[in-house]
Ligand binder design. Structure first.
Ligand code: ACO
Length: 316
C-alpha cells in the first residue's frame, strides 16, 4: 500500500505568456488545445536525479521512514542524468540507501504506471519489503525549443511514492494493473538520437494529432481491464489520476469510461506534461490537499512513446 508521497518542482515557472515572447505562440492557443497555463523548467544544476532525490526524500519523510527501511528504488525516466549508471542509483546514493536494488524503467510517459506495477510484483513475491517508486524528468533538455508544436507542451519535475505490499487483509495497495506496448507506433512519438544510433541525445519528435487519436481511441482498454481484474466499476472509483499530457485527452478518456469529471485530479494547467513524473506529482498534490484519503480507490493511467500504455488501480 502507499505509505508516503513526495514531489519536487524546479523554482523557475515559465508561463504561456513568457513563451509567447520567445516564439510564435499564444496563451489562448496553448490553453485551448491543451489546458496548460504554465510549466516549471529546471535550472542547469537541477538534473533528473536531483529532482528525483528531492521528491524521494519528501516521500520518505511523509511515510515517517528512513533510508534503512527501503530495499528497492525504481526510477521511471526518459531523461536520465547519464546514459549510465541508472538515475535510480544516484537517487539511492543521495538518500543514503545502501541495501537492496535500484534501477531505471523506461516506458516514457507511461513509466510511472509500469514502475508501480513492477514494484508491486517485487513486493507481492517477497523479493522486496518496501519500494521507493519515483517518476523524474527534465524534458526541457530534450525538447526542440525551435519547434513550437512540441516545446510548449512539456515541463520538468519529479514525484515519488513509498509502496509496501498489500496489507494482510489484502484490501489496500495495488489491486490490479494492465500494461500494454506496441512498438509499431515508434514514429509517432520518439527522440531522434541516442547512444546506440547517433551518439547524441537527440530531440523529441511527435505527430501530435496521431498521438491524440490513439490516446483517446485506444488507451481506455487498460482502464477497463484494470477495473475488471479488480471487480470494481467506474462508479466506485474515488479519484482518477491520469498522465497529465492534455486536458482534452484526459476528459475524453474519463467520459468514455464513465468516470465523473469531478473525480479527475488535474495538474496539467500548472505542471504541463512532465512525462513519467506527472502522475506522482498529481498524487502528491491530491493527497496533501486532502482529496485522496486512506481507503480511497485511485486509478492511475498513462500513455507514452512506443506506444506504451497502462493503468493501475490502487486502494490507498
Ligand atoms: N502555437 C500556436 N500555433 C501552433 C502551435 C503553437 N504552439 N503549434 C502548432 N500551431 C499551429 C499549427 O502550425 C497549425 O497551424 P496551421 O493550421 O496554420 O497549419 C495549427 O496550430 C493546428 O495545429 P495542429 O497540430 O493540427 O493542432 P491540434 O489541434 O492537433 O493540437 C496538439 C496540437 C496540442 C499537439 C494536439 O495534437 C495534442 O494535444 N496531441 C496530443 C499530443 C500529446 O499530448 N503529446 C504529449 C506527449 S505523449 C503523451 O504524453 C501522451
Amino acid at each position: 500500500m502507499v505509505v508516503g508521497t513526495g514531489s519536487s518542482l524546479p523554482a523557475r515557472v515559465v508561463t504561456n505568456a513568457d513563451l509567447a515572447e520567445q516564439m510564435d505562440t499564444s496563451d489562448a492557443w496553448i490553453v485551448q488545445r491543451t489546458g496548460i497555463r504554465q510549466r516549471h523548467i529546471a535550472a542547469a544544476d537541477e538534473t533528473t536525479s536531483v529532482l528525483g532525490a528531492r521528491a524521494a526524500r519528501a516521500a520518505l519523510e511523509d511515510a515517517g521512514l528512513t533510508a534503512d527501511d527501503i530495499d528497492l528504488v525504481i526510477c521511471a525516466t526518459s531523461t536520465p542524468d547519464h546514459t549510465f549508471p541508472a538515475t535510480a542509483t544516484q537517487i539511492q546514493a543521495a538518500l543514503g540507501i545502501h541495501q537492496g536494488a535500484a534501477f531505471d524503467l523506461q516506458a516514457v510517459c507511461a513509466g510511472f504506471v509500469f514502475a508501480v506495477s513492477t514494484a508491486d510484483k517485487f513486493l507481492t513475491t517477497g523479493a522486496a519489503r518496501r519500494a521507493l517508486v519515483v517518476g523524474a524528468e527534465t524534458f526541457s533538455r530534450i525538447v526542440d525549443w525551435e519547434d513550437r508544436t512540441t516545446c510548449v507542451l512539456f515541463g520538468d519535475g519529479a514525484g515519488a511514492i513509498v509502496l509496501e505490499a498489500q496489507d494482510e487483509a489484502g484490501n489496500r495497495g495495488v489491486l490490479s494493473a494492465s500494461l500494454r506496448s506496441d512498438g509499431r507506433h515508434r514514429e509517432k512519438l520518439y527522440v531522434d538520437g541516442g547512444p546506440g544510433s547517433t551518439g547524441t541525445t537527440g530531440h523529441l519528435r511527435m505527430e501530435g494529432r496521431d498521438v491524440f487519436r490513439f490516446a483517446v481511441g485506444q488507451v481506455t482498454d487498460v482502464i477497463v481491464e484494470a477495473f475488471a481484474q479488480a471487480g470494481v466499476t467506474a462508479e466506485e472509483l474515488d479519484w482518477f489520476v491520469p498522465h497529465q499530457a492534455n486536458r482534452r485527452i484526459i476528459e475524453a478518456s474519463a467520459d468514455k469510461i464513465g468516470i465523473a469529471r469531478e473525480k479527475i485530479v488535474l495538474t496539467v494547467d500548472r505542471h504541463g506534461n512532465t512525462s513519467a513524473a506527472s502522475i506522482p506529482l498529481a498524487l502528491d498534490v491530491a493527497r496533501r490537499d486532502g482529496r485522496i484519503q486512506a481507503g480511497d480507490l485511485v486509478m492511475i493511467e498513462a500513455i507514452g512513446g512506443g506506444f506504451s500504455w497502462g493503468a493501475a488501480l490502487i486502494r490507498w
